[in-house]
Design a protein around this ligand. Structure first.
Ligand code: ATP
Ligand code: MG
Length: 393
């Protein structure tokens, strides 16, 4: 059974489920809800984060990512549902007893303390004796490659170095779970990229279960063992980056993660688990699963990634005809935007690796686009697109 199927199976059984016990779940939410007045910040969240895994929570602003993290940390209490760490119900256990390391975007260092005092703070609170404390602070600083700055104050470090101190402070207590809430959003692009690599390496090295909040899909795809995609307080899909990108569970996930072209096509026929969709002169095979309510002849929305389309070669069936409207040069590739208003509400994005793409397909050129490979996915057409359409069949 896929992890998604397992997670789905859990839904609706939250009350009767045993604690995780023998399996390898490190953090588990079962049917967890959190409301703030009229706002449901988290709705019936069921998810297992495996031991040692880096799970990202990915979704747009306000979808409930920080709320979920705060519930795991114990900063918020759940209205209903269960929260477990290492198989133990922690709903009523206070934050300081949950053994959690945290690093938030604005989790400022104490300005009046030295770096060593900042990093050692959690250990002092736990009454760790001096020699042991000193050794562990040194280890944590070595881990984030900051040995030698122990006596400085935070303002004497760069932004990236301060971020690494915050990471050392989170790790020094040997947490069972590391919670990171958009930890790099204040950093510039280059620094952010190097911190991403660094955090992934440290996380692997320590094998610490990590929940990483981001609204940056590139960050989630590159860092995560698995991603939970969230929208409007709900977990919409949990899967590996590849599963999320190539087998999105619904049109929200398909649109939110990665670039995608949405093309108006028509369901032609169904055969077992597959369906055939027609678009222009092309016939495209897709999974039937998202189309159970659609009948042959009905409109569907075909979701195609830019790498799944190309300018049609001789003999290839043309799926879309249109006019080149814009180019964006990207060094190793060129993004070409094609106007095809009959089939595509926005411009169709074609990614070309040809070095002469801009001169070969200049603005205004009429082009035929074909669909390559078997990666396309179709979903039910959105109601407004179907509205007023005479339904055949
Ligand atoms: N303390 C609070 N009181 C009232 N509403 C809240 C509170 N905290 C969060 N919310 C609401 O709950 C929803 C989820 O908020 P949350 O902070 O979890 O979102 P998020 O996914 O972390 O967003 P962002 O990416 O902007 O940080 C939002 O609608 C938010 O306004
Ligand atoms: Mg947030």
């Amino acid at each position: 059974m896929s992890s998604l199927a397992a997670e789905r199976r859990l839904e609706g059984h939250a009350e009767t489920l045993p604690t995780s016990g023998s399996d390898d779940a490190s953090v588990r939410l079962l049917g967890t809800c959190k409301r703030f007045g009229a706002v449901t910040a988290l709705e019936d969240a069921t998810i297992s984060v495996r031991r040692g895994e880096l799970m990202s929570l990915l979704g747009p602003s306000g979808c409930g990512k920080t709320t979920l993290l705060n519930l795991v940390a114990g900063f918020l209490a759940a209205d209903s549902g269960q929260i477990e760490i290492d198989g133990e119900r922690v709903n009523d256990i206070p934050t300081y007893k949950r053994e959690i390391g945290m690093m938030f975007q604005n989790y400022a260092l104490f300005p009046h303390m030295s770096i060593a005092e900042n990093v050692g703070y959690g250990l002092r609170m736990r009454g760790i004796a001096k020699p042991d404390l000193k050794r562990r602070v040194a280890e944590a600083l070595a881990l984030v490659r900051l040995t030698g700055v122990e006596d400085r104050r935070p303002h004497q470090l760069s932004g990236g170095q301060q971020q690494r101190v915050a990471l050392a402070r989170a790790l020094v207590i040997s947490p069972r779970v590391l919670l990171l809430d958009e930890p790099f959003s204040a950093l510039d692009r280059n620094l952010r990229a190097s911190m991403q690599i660094e955090i992934k390496e440290i996380q692997r090295q320590l094998g610490v279960t990590t929940i990483f909040v981001t609204h940056d899909q590139g960050e989630a795809l590159s860092l995560s063992d698995r991603i939970a995609v969230m929208f409007e307080g709900r977990i919409r899909q949990v899967g590996t980056p590849d599963e999320i990108y190539r087998r999105p569970a619904d049109r929200f996930v398909a649109s939110f993660v990665g670039d995608v072209n949405v093309l108006r096509a028509r369901l032609d026929s169904v055969d077992g688990g597959l369906a055939a969709v027609t678009l222009g002169r092309a016939r495209i095979s897709v999974s039937r699963e998202p189309l159970t309510r659609v009948r042959p002849g009905d409109r569907v929305d075909l979701f195609v990634r830019p790498e799944q389309v190309r300018f049609a070669q001789a003999g290839e069936p043309i799926a879309v005809e249109g006019t080149v409207a814009a180019h964006i040069y990207q060094g190793d590739h060129v993004n070409l935007y094609v106007d095809a208003p009959e089939v595509c509400a926005s411009r169709l994005l074609v990614r070309s690796l040809e070095p002469d793409a801009i001169t070969r397909w200049p603005i205004g050129a009429r082009v035929g686009v074909s669909i390559v490979g078997t990666g396309a996915i179709a979903f039910e057409a959105e109601p407004d697109q179907r509205g007023g359409e005479p339904r055949s069949g």
